[in-house]
Design a protein around this ligand. Sequence first.
Ligand code: HEC
Ligand code: HEC
Length: 132
Amino acid sequence: MRKLTHPIWKVRNLLLVLTVFWAIPAFSQEPAAAPKTAGEVYKNIQILKDMPAPHLMEVMHAFKDGLGVKCSFCHVEGAFEKDDKPEKQTARKMLVMAMGINKDNFGGEHRVTCWTCHRGATEPESKPPAAQ
Ligand code: HEC
Ligand code: HEC
């Protein structure tokens, strides 16, 4: 028993305690490093499945501002997972198109966005104003 109070044991116990307290935050941090994907959190995600879930709303706001519309332009109010509005399906096609343009021409960076063409309008213009 006397042996356990020897300074060397105290140091050992202190190290043990430190190791345990170090290990706990290291483990509990792991979920924060890998947040759930949009596909796991939401009900009907087809294109953006692997995106971290918290980013989906940033994309939705980029859609809204890019086209100058409200969420209800694409969504049935109170049931965001529903695909009843054709605009939502068009948005999926547009998203795939924009991702393709960026992948093929801009190294996958988000250079061409909804705003690039739409500029806050639902129908992009194809000619400069003077030529219309
Ligand atoms: C231009 C069309 C468009 C606009 C505007 C838009 N969304 Fe979306 N939203 C989509 C599409 C398309 C998806 C599905 C994405 C996919 O399949 O990867 C989606 C998915 C969602 C989902 C996931 C629903 C589920 O459970 O599957 C939520 C929530 C959502 N949008 C909220 C919003 C909010 C809030 C706004 C307004 C700030 C908004 N959206 C504006 C097209 C739009
Ligand atoms: C390369 C240019 C381009 C980009 C980028 C683009 N769009 Fe479009 N989009 C168009 C054109 C052109 C039309 C009009 C098509 C028509 O009149 O038939 C259109 C039409 C649409 C429509 C139908 C509008 C309506 O009045 O029904 C939706 C919805 C839409 N785009 C969503 C998006 C979203 C969301 C993004 C970003 C992910 C996007 N678009 C990016 C060119 C683009």
